[in-house]
Design a protein around this ligand. Sequence first.
Ligand SMILES: NC(=O)c1ccc[n+]([C@@H]2O[C@H](COP(=O)([O-])OP(=O)(O)OC[C@H]3O[C@@H](n4cnc5c(N)ncnc54)[C@H](O)[C@@H]3O)[C@@H](O)[C@H]2O)c1
Length: 279
Amino acid sequence: MGEYAKPRRANVIAPPDPEVFPVHAGKRFLVSGATGGIGAAVAGLLVRQGAAVALADLDDVATRTLADHLDGASAGVHPVPLDLTDPESIAAAAERAVALLGGLDGLANVAGIVRMASAADHTRDLWADQFEINVMGPFELARRVAAHLIEEGRPGMIVNVSSDAGKQGHAEMIGYNASKAAVINWTRGAAKEWAQYSINVNCVCPSAVDTPMLRQVALDHEQGTPDDLETIFGVMAPEQLGRLVTAAEVAAVISFLLQDSVQAIRGQAINVDGGNCPY
Ligand SMILES: NC(=O)c1ccc[n+]([C@@H]2O[C@H](COP(=O)([O-])OP(=O)(O)OC[C@H]3O[C@@H](n4cnc5c(N)ncnc54)[C@H](O)[C@@H]3O)[C@@H](O)[C@H]2O)c1
């Protein structure tokens, strides 16, 4: 009865428009998935907060365009090619970021993919793709950044992007769910191992963020229902929030977790999901 009495989406909470302060002045970060919905929001926010940023993504043209849009080298913003399926590309991206920025203070490990298919149709190829790009690639990138920090004897911050799917699991995305659960788990292990080098590792677990990835998921849902996209987005919006989460809201939490002052939060999986997941 209590569930039935809930006020359904009557209470839409508007996205905030917070002031930006130079909390990352002098810092240098590598952002993967930098031209995607969340990645671009993270990169833009870090730059506005005073950081120099290497933008790493698969799409070379999009990465260069975004770097220009963020005022390029004069603002300390550099495009870096990255293919998370290729260990050599990952090593080269980390090296290039270090060379361009004169070192690194942290990593926002944002890139990822989702492949929608029922569990019965979830072939080995789909599992392999998602584990390569969501788990092995980001871990390899973090390992390279950590190796640089350890070699330099410098503290650093790593923030991975998991998902509420990694905690709750959603239908039609069983490989994605498992890959994001793996991110939560390796975040904990890396935090334990790298604490001795003053490297802090956390992850965020967003849900229903208005980005190209969510649009792809909504289009896939559209195939199986008579509902239009607007209705599907309405259903996906977290109930407490009454709207989709914005990329800027996720970026704000990632930026917070990249701050030096965040030392007591370690190895955590922080929900940015409008209240979807209770743990
Ligand atoms: N949008 C959501 O609702 C949502 C919810 C939970 C978690 N996430 C996670 O947030 C992260 C960002 O997602 P988004 O919503 O911004 O999606 P997006 O599709 O807009 O961005 C993903 C980015 O990853 C890049 N990428 C894909 N394959 C790559 C590869 N092989 N090498 C390098 N880069 C590659 C893409 O080029 C793209 O720029 C992902 O890890 C995703 O799983 C998103």
